[in-house]
Design a protein around this ligand. Sequence first.
Ligand code: GLA
Length: 383
Amino acid sequence: MDAIVNQVKENHINQFGQVAQVYRSPGRINIIGEHTDYNDGFVLPGAIDRYVYVGISKRSDKTIKLYSVNFEETIVSAIDRLEVQSAQWASYVLGVCQLMAKELPHGFEMTIYGDIPVGAGLSSSAALESAIGYGLNELFDLKYNRMQLAKIGQQCEHQFIGVRCGIMDQFASLHGIENKVMKLDCRSLDYTYFPLELGAYEFVLLNTKVSHSLASTAYNDRRAQCESAVARLQVRYPHVQSLRDASVEMLNDAVPDQKEQSYIKARFVIEEIQRVSMVCDFLQAGNLEAVGKEMYATHQGLKEMYQVSCEELDYLVDAVQDFPEVLGARMMGGGFGGCTLNLVKTSFVDEMIAKVSAGYQTTFGIALESYVVRLSHGTAPVS
Ligand code: GLA
């Protein structure tokens, strides 16, 4: 058995004296399609080989006991009195429980461990929500399907964490398949798997190791700006339900002042939705140069139009832009920190990391971290 699974089981026995069933759920990358999910657009994520593990055992009463290996903290709560906790990791658990509470027949003990870097834009929180939802669903035989569990995780963010996120992260964590990315239509929730065949190239993550505060407020603000653009569009085009239904021409018509923030934000989203379809075609045709160009275009848009980048992310994208072995780079996820995603020639990966790390250390005094991405399987039992 996996050493991490053993560690979770041992911790569970030490904390609670019970044998745990262990489940794990992965983090995710997103090739393209940023801030498109809550606009009913498309995204192209894949699950990665970094996980949150939860070990669970049933209790016969209504008590919930939680232990975080990473934080070395224990929290006790009652199923009928679940409250937001000052320890955020516990709020995720109790939030998911609250959303499932009517169906939970008993309490439980849960041990949690994760090796997804927190705040790196790799969706450690969605992985946590997905692992908890999946584990409780299995243990108590609640009969939710994976998409319903993704929606529970998303609702947990909305109601208990205060981030009005889209469905991408929880979807990706729950639906991943090895070596495949998923094109998800965030309106119909239909999805297709694509093999990721990169030949002499691979995706590498460079972690800024910063996560600027106020990111959740800024995220909700962006979502509100998109909604206000939709309201403007609806005046002229009543059928428009979301930015998915709009073209740049329609936006020009409905919001003639192109300096307005709702114009700029909406224009980014409309263009980004188009980029997802283009990148899928380029990937299928094996045209990685074209994929890379769109990644750079996304970064430019996220930086200048959507304004969710930061100087550390911009530094890392600028630093690789002139290497011919790097086909594309961009910030990934919600923004204001976390990782850049880089499409790099395999033979150049070490050299790129060494070169960029030295400059990053000198400029920001931070030791860069990097990860080569392997696409992995979604949420599953592991013991
Ligand atoms: C965060 C959210 C997602 C998505 C991305 C941006 O990761 O949780 O729903 O909106 O930001 O693409």
